[in-house]
Write a protein that binds this ligand. Structure first.
Ligand code: NDP
Ligand code: MG
Length: 387
């Protein structure tokens, strides 16, 4: 029986993780769960999975949650940063599913690694912000970081059983999002509801907007660089609108391994949860006769400026990816609140990066400062654009 702490239980990844736990009750149990503010869903999840600890963002949400779940439950309700860390480091936990969204996931994930918990990592922002620090810490503590992001899970599966030094290229696939074929002069009219309608994947709001700007793929290049310890020049983004090939790895003899499957995150989540075994998920095999063909296209960095910015931040390294990540969180949030045009997401991100003086080998404290700097600068730029 593997005991899980699920950080971000009410989110898209969290809900899918709980579906897997429900399917395999003899293999997994949930000892800790966290959410931010969705106490309605969270109270139902707590009643169903009876964790030892449940954590929300602040005291008001904690009070509301206590009222909803009633007095008879054994679950201890906690709140705030210390609560999230408690959930990430709990003695009973074997594996932490890191599935909060954004920079909020960094510290709980770092603390989980320090507590020697294996990590099923969905929160890519952790590696974007502090890839070197996190991977070093994982090595030192002999902790496995198992990728949940579907592309990274695919790469992980394509390298297993092969000689890593014989890799010639990593082909990171991207759906291209809802606007890949839209003429760039129509980008100005894009509304949040258009950007949230992803053609192939069902995901949380932030990552859906990141997919529409292709920032998501840029963040994934940085994530792959750290996770697999490769130079970013080895990673090539390939747009594949059907989202059947989840990524590929090419070897020096010309052989290319691809991992395929229907676009459903449960396969990647389950593989991280059960590695090296596979769970009988009963997922359908893609209907290749129905599909007929699979398409592959080159990304357009001029049209999707966020992708180019992520490559720049990755090349510059140090504290720059953390600044880009923070700016992007602020600009995506402003776009979702109808305070910023879709095309200004990349403008805000770029102007914020221009204001940052890079720290080349940052410690965790420097990363947190870079995050605050990026957020504050981006918010100021957003305000100036509003006027
Ligand atoms: P969602 O927005 O659906 O869920 C986010 C979760 O984090 C919710 O439980 C939310 O709580 C919680 N949360 C949000 N903000 C905070 C905060 N400040 N402090 C603590 N908890 C918080 O996101 P996704 O599930 O889509 O994504 C989660 C992570 O996984 C992201 O890093 C994303 O990039 C990554 N990922 C997601 C994929 C997907 O298919 N969805 C695919 C690959 C990676 P509440 O519900 O109460 O607000
Ligand atoms: Mg992905």
């Amino acid at each position: 029986m593997k005991q899980l702490s699920i950080l971000g239980a009410t989110g898209s990844i969290g809900r899918n993780t709980l579906k897997i736990v429900e399917m395999f009750p003899d293999m997994f149990s949930v000892v800790c769960m966290t959410a931010k503010s969705n106490v309605d869903l969270f109270s139902k999840q707590i009643n169903m999975f009876c964790p030892e600890i449940a954590v929300v963002f602040d005291e008001n949400y904690a009070d509301d949650l206590k009222k909803r779940i009633g007095k008879n439950t054994k679950t201890k309700i906690m709140w705030g940063k210390s609560g999230y860390i408690e959930a990430a480091t709990c003695d009973l936990t074997d594996m932490v599913v890191s599935a909060m969204v954004g920079s909020a996931g960094l510290i709980p994930t770092v603390e989980a690694i320090k507590a020697k918990k294996n990590i099923a990592l969905a929160n890519k922002e952790t590696l974007v912000m502090a890839g070197e620090i996190v991977m070093d810490l994982a090595k030192k503590n002999r902790v496995n970081i198992l990728p949940v992001d579907s592309e990274h899970s695919a790469i992980f599966q394509c390298i297993s059983g092969h000689n890593f030094s014989e890799i010639s290229k990593i082909l990171l696939t991207a759906s291209g999002g809802p606007f890949f074929d839209l003429p760039v002069d129509e980008f100005l009219n894009i509304k949040p509801e258009d950007a949230l309608a992803h053609p192939t994947w069902e995901m949380g709001k932030k990552i859906s907007i990141d997919s529409a700007t292709m920032m998501n793929k840029g963040l994934e290049v940085i994530e792959a660089k750290h996770l697999f310890g490769v130079n970013q020049n080895l990673i090539e983004v390939v747009v594949h609108p059907e989202s059947i090939v989840h990524s590929m790895v090419a070897y020096k003899d010309g052989a290319v391994m691809a991992q395929m499957g229907v676009p459903d995150m449960k396969t990647a989540i389950a593989y991280a949860m059960s590695h090296p075994d596979r769970l009988a998920l009963n997922q359908p095999v893609p209907d290749f006769f129905e599909l007929g063909s699979l398409n592959f296209k080159r990304p357009d960095n001029n049209k999707f400026k966020c992708l180019a910015l992520a490559y720049t931040a990755c090349d510059l390294g140090g504290s720059m990816p953390a600044v880009l990540n923070a700016a992007n969180e602020a600009s995506v949030s402003a776009f979702l609140d109808n305070k910023l045009a879709f095309t200004d997401i990349s403008t805000v991100n770029e102007l914020t990066m221009n204001k940052h003086e890079i720290i080349n080998t940052p410690c965790l404290e420097d990363i947190i400062k870079a995050d605050s700097f990026g957020r504050k600068q981006a918010e100021d730029i957003i305000k100036s654009l509003e006027k």
